[in-house]
Design a protein around this ligand. Structure first.
Ligand code: PFF
Length: 439
């Protein structure tokens, strides 16, 4: 039987858990750092409001209407509106993207586990920037170590997924999400004691439009999309568990606000800490694993707060990773008549094997490239730059143009025609913008 969230509140927690991930705490701060801070933040927030929220509503709407895995939902809905059943490919590509993303997300999730242990052991106490860089390089160069942490992280993920919607996913988010917010607020409180809190705030919030380039706008839009987990079926499957009578518009707004708030709070925690040690915010992807540990290593109470920071990162990655595999597990249950536990084991095993490609991308396979990209870079490119945007375009076409207004209006419960038309316009507006990503 298809699952259902036990309340609207649990759904908001679960979908926020799916949305809040490495993207918010790892990617958002370094992108903001690279693209000039506040100007990037502003465009990002506009993209979330103008494109993200309507797209989320569309995806939840399709999920709740179909009430199956994304593949079967798309097949059923295509039949309902009288178009080709090939629309199921939207579900297939989304489900596949989830597995591909999880295969590398799990490796990075494993890094956060390892960094909790390293921080707790005082590895970074008094460390120089060079030492932290060497430590990171040494860490990723050992395939066995990465293999171990990747395995552990994936077992933790599949352990929850195997227990089902109410027994697994709900129980996990019920405890993990409040912990995540508490940890974040504690870390922001800690950042306030550094004496550089206002420097961090002005970096994040003082608009500097001279730094706004076309590239930074595209980066902000891509990040809004990735951060809200749109375009690949995870929000669709979470939507399929939403009880009747829940307002899709209100919950989508709540989820988008919570997701953006976490990204902003993460920035408010990270930048003052980085500035207080005279370090630069433009470090890129290594900001979290190289710059930040050094900063913690030189601060009073840095050991405890460093550990808390990596626990926060772990929780964020964990609640997202369970959502990434959910479409594939449900598909196996529906189409191959597997029990949920068996489906979780098979999907987990497949993802685990695929993840080895990412493990080796940082060491023995670093020279093995295709189109000048390692296996990990190729997967990231394929999913973030091709599968998610294409999935999003297809989703916009289907929900904006093919679904009949009666169906979408009744699912969205939008008696107010202005709001409804605004949403439809946004799907249409979003399309050419997204296409420009390919140019
Ligand atoms: N939204 C997640 C993050 O910000 O890290 C990443 C993600 C999770 C993307 C689930 C897509 C997805 F389906």
């Amino acid at each position: 039987m298809h699952g259902q969230w036990s309340s609207r509140w649990i759904y908001i927690l679960a979908a926020t858990g799916a949305a809040v991930g490495l993207g918010n705490i790892w990617k958002f701060p370094y992108l903001a750092g690279e693209h000039g801070g506040s100007a990037f933040v502003l465009v990002y927030l506009v993209c979330v409001a103008a494109i993200g929220i309507p797209m989320m509503m569309a995806e939840v709407m399709l999920g709740r209407r179909g009430r199956q895995s994304p593949v079967n939902t798309m097949r059923t809905l295509a039949k309902e509106v009288g178009v080709s059943s090939q629309w199921q490919w939207l579900g297939i590509s989304g489900t596949l993207a989830g597995v591909l993303i999880l295969s590398y997300y799990s490796v990075i999730g494993g890094w956060t586990l390892a960094y909790i242990v390293k921080s707790a052991m005082g590895t970074f106490t008094g460390a120089t920037g060079e030492a932290a860089t060497n430590l990171f390089a040494q860490f990723v160069s050992d395939p066995l170590t990465l293999f171990f942490w990747h395995t552990l992280f994936l077992v933790m993920t599949m352990g929850i997924v195997a227990r089902g919607v109410q027994g697994g996913l709900e129980q996990a988010v019920r405890y993990l999400m409040p912990s995540l917010f508490v940890l974040l607020v504690v870390l922001v409180g800690y950042a306030m004691t550094t004496g550089f809190f206002t420097t961090g705030l002005s970096f994040l919030f003082t608009p500097d439009f001279s730094r706004l380039s076309g590239t930074s706008m595209l980066a902000a839009m891509g990040q809004a999309f990735f951060s809200l987990s749109l375009g690949m079926g995870t929000i669709m499957i979470y939507g399929s568990y939403v009880p009747e009578g829940t307002s899709i518009a209100q919950t989508s707004v709540a989820i988008a606000i919570a997701d953006s708030l976490v990204a902003l709070l993460a920035g408010m925690a990270i930048f003052p800490i980085v500035f207080s040690q005279g370090m630069q915010p433009e470090a890129g992807p290594s900001l979290i694993f190289e710059t930040l540990p050094v900063a913690f290593g030189h601060m009073p109470g840095g050991l405890a707060f460093g550990v808390l920071f990596f626990i926060l990162l772990l929780v964020a990655a964990w609640t997202s990773s369970i959502s990434l595999i959910e479409p594939a597990v449900t598909l196996c249950v529906e189409n191959f008549r597997m029990t949920r536990r068996t489906a979780a084991i098979w999907c987990g095993l497949f993802t685990w094997v695929l993840g080895l490609g990412t493990v080796f991308s940082f060491n023995i396979g670093v020279e093995t490239t295709l189109f000048d990209m390692t296996f990990f870079e190729l997967l990231d490119f394929l999913t973030s730059n091709l599968m998610l945007p294409l999935g999003g375009i297809a989703l916009a076409i289907f929900s904006g143009w093919l679904m009949t207004p009666q169906v979408s209006q009744s699912e969205l419960q939008m008696q107010d025609m202005t709001g409804y038309q605004l949403c439809k316009c946004s799907f249409a507006f979003w399309l050419p913008l997204r296409c420009s990503l390919f140019s």
